[in-house]
Design a protein around this ligand. Structure first.
Ligand code: KIV
Length: 290
């Protein structure tokens, strides 16, 4: 399948849309877990830009516009300073660049915790400005009322439990969760609470594998693992991590490429060409036609 389609500026849609690739829907994602089992695991990657979305989209079921863009795109020390404006701008770009995957946009820190009403105002803005199909928010039992409020009002919610990066200050770091019996019990209770509240899926991040298996088996919504277990109903990674953009990543990241090296090598060759005037060549300059 070609991945070199363009954005149709009249419709803001990817063009051409290959016929067999209709956009998936939230209910279709939810149905992939049937009677507690997911035969074909769900594939999710993060995307922040239109072109990145174009390239990832044919291979994914879901594209997550994660607030990890704070660190990955903006060089922030954590996700805490990410704003609704940032999420809306990147969410809209990812929707424009995709035609197949369900696009889910993270609700940034401070945009949803105060009340279900505050969450609705933020989530409805995200949905209206981006065209995404769903939002994601961090928190388990504490967010159950909000998840229920949003889902009953037409906003599908993906929950995020376990290691929740927006709570880094409360958690004391990014270490794996679920090591103690109390944490294990709390994360199990969080999973059940978000499922009961109406979340259509839940991201389970950075937990002991035994707990990931238990959570996956105990809720009827898809559990999308990151640093969890291959037993989960699907997996997500930050695309730049799996592409090898950064020297240091979490233990749970598998690198499929080394694009940092590819970019550095290309920049080095370009700089050498500029410095010895071997770029541009005849092929890259404009001259009157003969
Ligand atoms: O922000 C993000 O990219 C995420 C994923 C790591 C799940 O929440």
């Amino acid at each position: 399948m070609s991945t070199t389609f363009t954005i149709d500026t009249a419709t803001s849609r990817a063009n051409p849309t290959p016929a067999p690739m209709k956009r998936l829907t939230v209910p279709a994602i939810q149905r992939r877990k049937f009677e507690g089992k997911t035969v074909e695991p769900l594939v999710m990657l993060t995307a922040y830009t239109a072109r990145q979305a174009q390239l990832l989209d044919p291979h994914c079921d879901m594209l997550l516009v994660g607030d990890s863009l704070g660190q990955v795109i903006y060089g922030l020390p954590s996700t805490l300073a990410v704003t609704l404006d940032m999420m809306c701008a990147h969410g809209a770009a990812v929707v424009r660049g995709s035609y197949h995957s369900v696009v889910i946009v993270d609700m940034p820190f401070g945009s949803y915790e105060a009340s279900p009403q505050a969450a609705f105002a933020s989530a409805s803005r995200i949905m209206a400005e981006t065209g995404a199909a769903a939002v994601k928010l961090e928190g388990g039992q504490a967010m159950a009322e909000t998840i229920s409020f949003l889902s009953q009002r037409g906003i599908p919610v993906m929950a995020h439990i376990g290691l929740t990066p927006q709570a880094v200050n409360a958690l004391g770091g990014y270490g794996a969760r679920g090591k103690s019996q109390e944490e294990h019990a709390k994360i199990m209770a969080d999973a059940r609470a978000v499922a009961t509240a109406g979340a259509f899926a839940v991201v389970l991040e950075g937990v002991m594998e035994e707990l990931a298996i238990a959570v996956t088996d105990s809720v009827d919504i898809p559990v999308i693992g990151i640093g969890a277990s291959a037993h989960c109903d699907g997996q997500v990674l930050v695309s730049e991590d799996m592409l090898g953009m950064f020297e240091r990543t979490a233990r749970f990241v598998k690198r499929y490429e080394n694009i940092a090296q590819t970019i550095a090598d290309a920049a080095q060759r370009y700089a050498a060409d500029v410095r010895d005037r071997s770029f541009p060549t005849d092929d890259q300059v404009y001259r009157p036609k003969k």
